[in-house]
Design a protein around this ligand. Structure first.
Ligand SMILES: [Zn+2]
Length: 87
């Protein structure tokens, strides 16, 4: 049986997860994203750490970075996807 945790506990778990300095595995990110979604927790800036396409840690797989029309575009060096964020 799955243990129920409170929203606060889920939040702490997420903060703890992103505190790690090493590269985060895509499968672990998917897990934490699912946890956040099930508790309606916004990942906010943490989402910018990952490629939207393959969930790679783009702090470690950063391709070209461009700034265009108030958007920051970071290319994922793993899958080539262009991640755009408003700045
Ligand atoms: Zn990617």
């Amino acid at each position: 049986m799955k243990k129920k945790i409170t929203k606060k506990e889920a939040q702490d778990r997420i903060i703890e997860f992103f505190r790690q300095a090493e590269e985060i595995e895509p499968k672990n990110f998917r897990k934490i994203k699912r946890l956040a979604m099930s508790y309606n927790i916004k990942l906010g800036n943490y989402r910018k750490i990952f490629c939207k396409e393959c969930y790679s840690d783009i702090r470690y797989h950063k391709g070209k970075v461009r700034i265009k029309n108030m958007h920051k575009i970071v290319e994922c060096s793993k899958c080539g996807f262009l991640n755009k964020w408003k700045i």
